[in-house]
Design a protein. Structure first.
Length: 371
């Protein structure tokens, strides 16, 4: 496959042609849609659903969609029915993997005298015991801290005390069967009713998650999926799917794609569309960033450490960035293109800006061209 074929395939696989009508049918939910301030998940839904469709569905306890700390410890929107499998897939596979996810080093684990995998299990058990009803994160942290060994406490300068680390709580949450009550800050953690809680790693569940990554962000390589999880490459490769994949040459790279996706990949529909993607859109989650955006000078603008912008997608290519400024009910969207864009593209940008305004609750929107 050529690079252009790969981009066209991903556009189609991710539903950016707007061929779904309701959020629950969006394929990208198979791997979760990241949420943060500014409602990037709703922006991702708006980029994939036609005008008039509900892009801000009911999420939370009692609904078909749930918000939970899952991939990379970040909040993601998932189908509720998928969360058991996600929890099994995210249980650490090795001692080094557990240390990394807990944000610990080998020496710190050795000094504690408790193996990282055991620390993970202790955190999971404590959170299961403590959070039996909706509980604010601070209260949960206090009670979890009382139940774990002091060697697992971490210094917290803002709190001026010692308590369980944020990394441990976030990493343990999927296996503890917890979700987040949307719209709460600090987050309120809620035990998921009927959750089938894992008691150890599940390579088959991880392999299924890898299939999802390859379906929506492939063709890709094992180390890219490991980067997506922020897990050890060696562990991920041990759980790599042993069937159902085909090898694909992408401009000299040896990559993999699910066999079921091959027909679409061979002849994907033309990616002739314009979208304003949110800062954590699934299209941007691929770890082969040099393939997605060959101009490395643009990477710092697209993926800064703090304050990610939205991105302008034109015919499968990342063609610029955008940021918003609100004043009352008016939203100003400043678009910074990476190059000259024809008038028809700018007209479509105006249409897409209206969808962003809808998500942000604005009644008026203006597009400003920068650069």
């Amino acid at each position: 496959m050529s690079r252009e074929q790969v981009l066209a395939y991903r556009v189609a696989a991710q539903g950016l042609h707007r061929d779904a009508t309701v959020v629950e049918r969006l394929g990208v939910l198979d791997i979760g849609v990241q949420e943060a301030m500014g409602h990037p998940a709703a922006l991702a839904f708006a980029a994939r659903l036609p005008a008039g469709a509900t892009v801000d569905p009911e999420i939370g306890p009692g609904h078909r969609l749930a918000l939970a700390w899952t991939l990379r410890g970040a909040p993601h929107v998932h189908r509720r029915r998928d969360l058991d499998a996600v929890g099994r897939a995210l249980w650490p596979l090795s001692e080094a993997d557990a240390a990394g996810r807990l944000n610990e080093t080998g020496p710190s684990v050795k000094k504690a005298g408790i193996a990282a995998l055991e620390q993970y299990r202790i955190a999971v058990d404590a959170m299961r015991e403590v959070i039996t009803a909706p509980t604010a994160k601070g209260a949960a942290s206090t009670e979890v801290t009382r139940r774990i060994p002091k060697v697992m406490w971490r210094d917290c300068r803002p709190c001026k005390t010692h308590h369980v680390s944020d990394s441990a709580m976030r990493t343990a949450a999927p296996s503890a069967g917890l979700e987040i009550e949307p719209g709460t800050a600090p987050p309120v953690l809620v035990p998921r009713k009927g959750a089938k809680l894992p008691d150890g790693p599940d390579p088959k569940a991880l392999a299924a998650l890898a299939i999802g990554y390859l379906t929506y962000l492939g063709p890709a390589r094992g180390h890219e999926f490991a980067g997506y999880l922020e897990a050890r490459r060696a562990d991920v490769e041990q759980a790599w799917p042993d069937a159902g994949l085909v090898e694909v040459d992408v401009e000299g790279r040896r990559t993999w794609l699910p066999e079921a996706a091959l027909s679409t990949a061979r002849k994907p529909p033309a990616a002739e569309l314009v979208r304003l993607l949110g800062p954590f859109d699934p299209y941007l989650q691929a770890r082969d960033r040099d393939l997605l955006v060959p101009d490395k000078a643009a990477h710092k603008a697209l993926w800064p450490v703090l304050g990610r912008p939205g991105t302008l997608l034109v015919d499968g290519e990342i063609a610029g960035t955008w940021r918003t400024k609100a004043s009352g009910r008016k939203l100003t969207i400043t678009v910074t293109p990476f190059g000259a864009l024809p008038a028809p593209v700018w007209r479509t940008v105006e249409d897409e800006a209206a969808r962003v305004a809808e998500v942000r609750g604005a009644t008026d929107v203006a597009v400003v061209r920068a650069g």
